[in-house]
Write a protein that binds this ligand. Structure first.
Ligand SMILES: Cc1ncc(COP(=O)(O)O)c(C=O)c1O
Length: 373
């Protein structure tokens, strides 16, 4: 089975680099007195937070360590008080966050997006309408840079408009920046544009490695007490060894080199995949390791998933990332499930073949995307 499900990029040989950093962290940590084995918040965490804050360019008082991105978004939901309320998400969104909303009994409202992200007028209309219906919206969950699954990057002006709407309607913003490194000169984050209301989450699962359990959370200045209690509700400390190893890679430039290599390889895979999938692809970041293939409403994404499975390929059917049923008509094709580019492209070619079959059956012009093209 060719795997087009995972969009966590891995470069050949990077496990040797990670092992080297882990070994150094192990040696450094092993030379500490026995008290170092107490939970991280009683030992090294303040010093590690300070290092993280310096790397991220934010004051230490606003920066927290989490056990990855997923842990960061859950804690943002809890610490901000959004859990159990009503939150707007992009119509197609990260399924892990939808799960977190369901588990915390948080209502989800799907917001229309276009090729640049959340449509400000649609967001305003939603907030206004829900307020009149006495079902006010309290927050937004967004991935403005290399969105998952759509791949868009929201331009700065639109981010400012969205931040303004958040101020007008007293919305908290949870910004998940898992893929931000894939866009080299990304516009400013909401942590900068609306620091008073933004919980910014950056796990290292994509930029470093899926198994890396270090994440950063940048919160509003006045959120310290609720973040501390939320973090201790969900875990009694973070993984010190991994944090030491990951922070060292952040500080000495090793992570920068890795991210650069991932951008270069991502750009190549993305371009080749687009050549296969053609005009069905939504526009998206040049270096993204995932693509969204649009499907007309007559085509059920689960049927496409089954057809490509018959061709020995797995990809994510759009219903998994749909915040409302009408957003399910697509397929997320991820380019990081296979280490070898050739195998990835073989999978993409088979997806293209299956999608063309569905499109031609309903009379949609498919263009010239074929093995001989
Ligand atoms: C948008 C987004 N956020 C968070 C995560 C999970 O990150 P982590 O593995 O760091 O918990 C993923 C994983 O696919 C993701 O796509």
């Amino acid at each position: 089975m060719i795997d087009l499900v995972w969009n966590f990029p891995l470069m050949p040989g990077q496990h040797e680099i990670w092992s080297r950093y882990l070994a150094a962290a192990f040696a450094e940590f092993g030379s500490q007195p026995v008290e170092s084995l107490r939970p991280s918040f009683r030992t090294v965490e303040p010093a590690l937070r300070e290092r993280a804050a310096k790397w991220l360019g934010f004051p230490t008082s606003r920066v927290w360590l989490t056990g990855g991105g997923h842990h960061g978004t859950l804690n943002s939901l809890m610490a901000s008080g959004l859990a159990g309320t009503r939150v707007v998400v992009e119509g197609n969104t990260y399924p892990g966050f939808l799960d977190q909303c369901w588990m915390t009994k948080t209502s989800i409202v799907a917001c229309p997006v276009d090729d640049e992200g959340i449509v400000p007028e649609a967001l305003r209309e939603l907030c206004d309408r829900k307020r009149r219906e006495l079902e006010p919206i309290h927050g937004i969950f967004t991935m403005p840079t290399v969105q998952n699954p759509l791949g868009f990057v929201t331009p700065e002006l639109r981010r400012e408009q969205i931040a303004q709407i958040a101020r007008e309607f007293h919305l908290t913003i949870i910004e998940d920046d898992a893929y931000g490194f894939m866009e080299e000169n990304a516009p400013p984050s909401y942590a900068l544009l609306a620091p008073e209301r933004t919980y910014y989450v950056r796990g290292l699962a994509k930029s470093l490695a899926p198994g890396a359990r270090t994440g950063f959370l940048i919160a509003p200045e006045n959120a310290a007490a609720s973040i501390e209690s939320s973090l201790r509700c969900t875990a009694t400390g973070t993984d010190v060894l991994q944090n030491i190893a990951a922070l060292k890679m952040c500080e000495d430039g090793e992570l920068d080199s890795l991210m650069k290599a991932k951008r270069e390889e991502g750009a190549r895979r993305n371009m080749e995949a687009r050549a296969w999938l053609g005009k069905q692809c939504a526009p998206g970041a040049r270096c993204a390791w995932h693509l969204w293939v649009r499907l007309p409403e007559e085509i059920e994404p689960s049927d496409v998933e089954a057809a490509i499975k018959d061709l020995d390929v797995m990809a994510t059917n759009g219903q998994w990332c749909a915040a409302a049923p009408e957003y399910r008509h697509g397929l997320r094709v991820a380019l990081g499930g296979e280490i070898e580019r050739e195998r990835t492209m073989e999978g993409v070619a088979r997806v293209s073949q299956a999608v063309q079959g569905f499109l031609s059956r309903i009379g949609v012009e498919t263009g010239k995307y074929s093995r001989s093209a």
